[in-house]
Design a protein around this ligand. Structure first.
Ligand SMILES: CC(C)(COP(=O)(O)OP(=O)(O)OC[C@H]1O[C@@H](n2cnc3c(N)ncnc32)[C@H](O)[C@@H]1OP(=O)(O)O)[C@@H](O)C(=O)NCCC(=O)NCCS
Length: 77
C-alpha cells in the first residue's frame, strides 16, 4: 500500500510545472522505509548524525532525493 501511494504521489508531483526534485528524510535505522525509498529511486545525499532525540536517545537521519527530470526521461511514472 505504501509503495502504491508513493508512486501515485510521485506521478502527480512529476506533472507539476517547475518541480524538479522531491527531498525526504528517513531515520537511518528504518530499514523498511529505506527499502521502499530505494525501490522508488530516492538516492541518499547525506546523513545527519544525531538529528533526532527521543527519550534521551539520539537517532541519525538519512536525506534522500528523487530527481523528477530523470524519472520523466525514464518514462517510469
Ligand atoms: C514504510 C511504510 C510506509 C511502508 O509501507 P507498506 O505499505 O508497508 O509497504 P508496501 O507493502 O507498499 O511495500 C513497499 C516496499 O517497502 C519495503 N518493505 C515493506 N515491508 C517490509 C518489511 N517488512 N521488511 C523490509 N522491507 C519492507 C519493500 O521494499 C517493499 O517493496 P517490495 O514489496 O516491492 O519489495 C510502512 O511500513 C509504514 O507506515 N511504516 C511506519 C511509518 C514509517 O516508517 N514511515 C516512514 C517515515 S520516513
Amino acid at each position: 500500500m505504501g509503495k502504491l501511494m508513493l508512486r501515485s504521489l510521485i506521478g502527480l508531483a512529476s506533472r507539476l510545472e517547475g518541480l524538479e526534485q522531491i527531498v525526504l528524510s528517513v531515520t537511518a535505522h528504518n530499514e523498511t522505509a529505506k527499502k521502499l525509498y530505494d525501490s522508488l529511486g530516492f538516492q541518499v545525499f547525506g546523513r545527519e548524525p544525531r538529528a533526532l532525540r527521543a527519550n534521551g536517545e539520539y537517532f541519525d537521519e538519512e536525506h534522500r532525493v528523487l530527481l523528477l527530470n530523470i524519472v520523466k526521461l525514464d518514462g517510469e511514472w
